[in-house]
Each structure stands twice: as C-alpha cells, then as structure tokens.
Design a protein around this ligand. Structure first.
Ligand code: MN
Length: 338
C-alpha cells in the first residue's frame, strides 16, 4: 500500500515546493519521521524543493538532535525559521492524523489550504478519518505501528534508498521513544530496528544519548503527584487520580510505575485542563480498554481535544468543564465493568 501510494504522487511532486512538518511541539518520533521524510523525498524526487519547519520542538527531541549534530557535524537538515503556508504545493505532516493536532501555524487556516495537497503520515488511531474521501487530503496511517519513524523506515526500504548513519540514529531514537523503550514493540518495530542497526551503530550509545536528567521541577511534580494520588479500587483494578500543575504525562507514568493499573493526572493550566492517562497492558487487554479511543469519544461529548494510544492518551479541555475527573472515571468504570 505504501509504495504504490507514494508512486502515485511522484509526478505531481516533481518540481514542486513541499513543506514537511509534524504535530505541535514535535517529539522525537515526530521530529525523526519528518526529517527522515525530508531526506527520503530529496533522494526519491530529484527536482523536489523540500522545506522542513517545526513551530516548536520538545525539549527531549531538541537535546537529542543537538547531541546528534555534535556527533555527526555533517548532518544538517535545514529548518526554516519563518514560512508562508500558502507558498507550498504539498504539505506532509508526520506523526499526526488530523489538522487540529498540527502546529498552530497550520491549524488556524485549514480553509485557506483547501487547494493544497496535505498528506498525514501517522500511527495513531484515526477513527475512520483515512476512509473519508476529501479533496486534497490523504492519510497514510499504520495503526499497528508503534511509531511514525517505522513508516519512514519502510519508505527507505521499499524504494531501496540508503540512509545516512546520522538518520539511522535519529529514526532508531524515534522508535525507541514511541515504543516505550521497546516495551510496546511488535514484530514490525523489531524488524525496523534490526534494519537500522545493521551497520556499526551502537545501540547502547543511542540509549545514553537519550538519557536526560529530569529538571528538579519535574522530579518534584512526580513526587508530589505520587503523594497526592487518590486510590480508587474498581474490582481488582487500582486507579490512581492525581493533580499537578505541570508534567502530567510524566506523573501519569510514575503512578503506573508505583503500582496503579490506570492513572489519571489532571493539570490545571491558565485556560484549560490537561489530563494525561496511562494504563497497564493487562487492563487494556482484559477489559478492552483503549484510552485513546475513549478520550476521542469524550472529546466529542464535551468539546475537548483528546486521543492517543491504547495505554497512553491525553485530553485538553476548557476550564468551564468542571467535572472532568468524574466524566473520565465514570467512563473507565463502565469499560472495566463490561
Ligand atoms: Mn509517534
């Protein structure tokens, strides 16, 4: 499916100006898949004009990229500093399945871009989005992949295009992060890893490049989040609910590490709530719990933005919604009791 699809765009993309970007606050997988695609398209289509742009890059991704450039000074994907979105013939958005998740520089202007071809490349659950036929919109979605980086690896493989060493490091890092250090890996994840690690790549070196001592504020958030956590028992499942002012995702992971089966961490920001959820694989499997799908459903009811994976998802909602905790908890209990 991948190769024919890309082939169908070859003629169109020749001599065209193409923007490659990722979701808002690009993480390592977003960054790696976008940069990988940038080099792939350059090699595949000789006369394409590629532009890379990220409105914001997460700290972890930024630090990894800095370390990578130190190790490979010749690796230098060019990031645009300022772009005019109307300038491009096509826009690729990686690690993203819908417009609203792309950087704000795009999200405010979907109508303006109705004549621009936009291709989403993603591995997140996408409802029936990719089935909907929309003019100038295309979706390359592999829901069973643990990372968008793996889709890019497939592109290089399918078209037999070689990857520079630095890019292999970067894509490997993208896969490691999104697969939770391979905890959520499947056959495809490991095949992609094996392909990338063929050369003299030091896997352990990539792991150490990924290590960042958390800032003291994050460590405090984790500790406070754990201290404040409320234990709710539903059958034999232990649900942890906690409140922090930031680092909700990190705190949600911490709660799972200390023994909760499901964690819900609510962070009150200036004009919205951000809620991170995590669940152990066992509860997802046994109870058919898919946090991403669940939060997408809740989003529709209460007008939030939510989604994600089976065992890790998040939702943003306006502060007018006063009982977000109850809404999420009720939904989880309903699923656990089914
Ligand atoms: Mn991803």
């Amino acid at each position: 499916m991948l190769k024919p699809k890309i082939k169908s765009y070859l003629n169109f993309l020749d001599n065209k100006s193409v923007l490659i970007t990722s979701h808002a606050l690009a993480d390592l997988d977003g960054l790696a898949s976008a940069i990988g695609l940038y080099f792939f398209l350059q090699k595949l289509i000789p006369n394409i004009i590629t532009h890379l742009y990220f409105s914001k890059i997460s700290k972890k991704a930024r630090i990894f990229l800095e370390k990578l450039k130190e190790k490979f000074p010749e690796f230098d994907p060019v990031f645009e500093e300022d772009i005019n979105i109307l300038y491009f013939d096509a826009i690729f958005i990686t690690d993203t399945n819908k417009f609203s998740k792309a950087g704000k520089f795009l999200s405010n202007d979907e109508d303006i871009l109705k004549d621009t071809l936009i291709i989403f490349i993603d591995h997140h659950y996408a409802e029936d989005l990719h089935l909907k036929q929309q003019k100038n919109r295309d979706f390359i979605i592999f829901e069973d992949y643990t990372s968008a980086s793996e889709i890019i690896v497939d592109l290089f493989k399918d078209f037999q295009i070689s990857l520079q060493l630095a890019l292999k490091y970067l894509l490997t890092a993208g896969i490691i992060i999104d697969s939770g250090y391979l905890k959520f890996a499947n056959k495809n994840t490991l095949e992609s890893m094996a392909f990338l690690l063929e050369d003299n790549i030091e896997y352990q070196e990539i792991l150490s490049m990924l290590k960042i001592e958390p800032h003291i504020s994050e460590k405090i958030a984790k500790i406070k989040g754990a201290q404040r956590s409320e234990l709710i028992r539903e059958n034999d499942w232990l649900i942890g609910v906690s409140y922090v002012s930031s680092f909700e995702a990190s705190v949600a992971n911490t709660l799972i590490k200390i023994g909760f089966d499901i964690s819900i961490v609510i962070s009150e920001r200036k004009d919205e709530y951000r809620v991170s959820l995590r669940a152990k694989r066992r509860v997802c499997d046994q109870c058919n719990l898919h946090l991403g799908k669940m939060l997408e459903g809740i989003s529709k009811d209460i007008n939030g933005i939510g989604g994600g994976h089976e065992g890790a998802a998040s939702i943003k909602i306006s502060k007018e919604e006063l009982n977000i905790k109850t809404i999420i908890l009720e939904k989880i209990k309903e699923i656990l009791n089914n």
